[in-house]
Design a protein around this ligand. Structure first.
Ligand code: PEP
Ligand code: CO
Length: 483
């Protein structure tokens, strides 16, 4: 039997099992794992192939330099975050940030939440030493074990609970968007009261005045009655770390699967060709491989090479430039634009040393203008302060972004997006920003169970600063660009 549409030689949803693997769970009861995966296998897809393909088209526009990608959400999403207020605040924040970025970059913005499935965490150590000296298994994310000390054993039924929490979260995202949470006719609260620096305040106010005036103008002329403004696209993503979860949700489907036949015409009424089936990981629209599991001959790259989804790969300080090409050739042999997003995360101090070689390896190959370059300015800038608290400084996050933007401009490539850990809540996990949070403030509302996130104000401020960079470049004060 020949392999379905574009499926690579020798690949099946389970071919990863014959490869070495890092960060993999070792369960005590394999039969309980089989029961859980059989249950997942019969449950319906969480996302639809059509949505996945639409996102891939949007990402192709990002790769060409015609759009910008905003991806953000929790480091570790907990099952407990599956409640309306937490979901709504995240949607609103991503929407608001995207408006600022549209204004700044003068381009459409593609939005992807790190949500509805971001339940697995790679850990540097399998165990954690408690302050009293006891050694317990590390918390590895709600999909594997629980944060509470009596929940640290791996429980296969959590794979099924992850599915249900993902589905319930995405259901509420869809419902909230369909019923107008992203409705731009509503006034938005931009809350700039905390910004004391007059120059920054003036910059941010310019953006807010522009956006508010524009939305009011569209309302006056009735342009906001357009369906497109009542609703926005928000795609979902997570690190596909636990392949026992991803495999049973990977299905061979045509992209128009289960749609009624009247829908097999496009908006102009032309009959659409019946697309050949391909393997879609239906757990989310976009999946990525983490920095700890991107070994070219290991299980995660093997699993990803058969997927029709757009996928990301974290690129860190230990990534050899030649590995990037090996990974791209494995994941995207046909050089499909937008198929792979390279998510760079070096730490502010190392961008200039490491990024140019990575850009040259890719842009000097058959993948020129084919990948999406995205900056994750969070994961290379984590530090531990007094009391063992993990934090990140706003200034370091911004510095990594600015260095990355600068290096792309110098190399003649396009930084297509940002990848941020953020929350819509007023947490105190990252230092600095206009609120000027300091070490003493961290204990006020530190709720992350993994990495520190930007709070609502810090995240919005980051969007203003990225927008400001784009406007400065557009207004003719760019760094030297290579021809
Ligand atoms: C993450 O995105 O939460 C993460 C663990 O990142 P990385 O793989 O880049 O360390
Ligand atoms: Co993280």
């Amino acid at each position: 039997m020949s392999a379905p549409n574009g499926t690579p030689e020798g690949w099946t949803p389970s071919s990863w099992r014959s490869k070495p693997i890092k960060q993999s769970p070792t369960y005590d009861d394999p039969e309980a794992v089989s029961r859980a995966t059989r249950e997942l296998q019969r449950l319906p897809p969480i996302v639809h192939p059509r949505e996945i393909l639409r996102l891939k088209q949007h990402l192709a526009a990002v790769a060409r330099g015609d759009a910008f990608l905003l991806q953000g959400g929790d480091c570790a999403e907990l099952f407990d975050y599956c409640e309306p207020a937490a979901i709504e605040s995240k949607i609103k924040l991503l929407l608001q940030m995207s408006l600022v970025l549209i204004w700044g970059a003068d381009k459409p913005v593609v939005r992807i939440g790190r949500m509805a499935g971001q339940y697995a965490k790679p850990r540097s150590s399998p165990n954690e030493t408690l302050p009293d000296g006891r050694i317990v298994p590390s918390f590895r994310g709600d999909i594997l074990n629980g944060y509470e000390l009596d929940q640290r054993e791996l429980d296969p039924q959590r794979l099924v609970r992850a599915y249900h929490h993902s589905a319930a979260t995405l259901n509420y995202v869809r419902a909230a968007i369909a019923s107008g949470i992203a409705d731009l006719h509503r006034p938005l609260d931009w809350g700039l009261g905390h910004v004391r620096d007059p120059a920054l305040k003036a910059k941010y106010s310019e953006a807010v005045t522009f956006l508010t005036d524009m939305l009011r103008f569209m309302h006056t002329i009735g342009a906001d009655k357009n369906d497109k403004l009542d609703t926005v696209d928000l795609y979902t993503s997570h690190e596909a770390l636990v392949l026992e979860y991803e495999e049973p949700l990977t299905r061979l489907l045509p992209s128009n699967h289960s749609l009624p036949s009247r829908n097999s015409r496009d908006s102009s009424g032309n009959a659409m060709t019946n697309p050949l089936p391909a393997y879609y990981d239906t757990s989310a629209h976009f999946l990525w491989i983490g920095d700890r599991t991107r070994q070219v001959d290991h299980a995660h790259v093997e699993f990803f090479r058969g997927l029709a989804n757009p996928v990301g790969v974290k690129v860190g300080p230990t990534t050899p430039p030649e590995d990037l090409l090996t990974i791209l050739r494995a994941l995207n042999p046909s050089c499909e634009p937008g198929k792979v997003t390279l998510i760079t995360r070096y730490g502010a101090a190392r961008v200039r040393e490491l990024l140019p070689a990575h850009i040259r390896a890719v842009e000097g190959s058959e993948y020129k203008r084919c990948v999406v370059w995205q900056c994750d300015p969070m994961h290379g800038n984590t530090q531990t302060v007094t009391g063992g608290i993990k934090t990140r400084h706003f200034a370091d996050i911004l510095a990594e972004l600015q260095e990355t933007l600068q290096v792309h401009t110098e190399e003649g490539s396009y930084l297509g997006g940002v990848h941020l850990e953020l929350t819509g809540d007023a947490v105190t996990e990252c230092l600095g920003g206009s609120e000027n949070l300091d070490e003493d403030d961290l204990s006020t509302n530190y709720t992350s169970f993994c990495d520190p996130r930007l709070n609502e104000k810090q995240a919005l401020e980051m969007a203003f600063l990225i927008a400001d960079h784009h406007r400065t470049v557009r207004n003719g004060k760019p760094a030297e660009e290579k021809k």
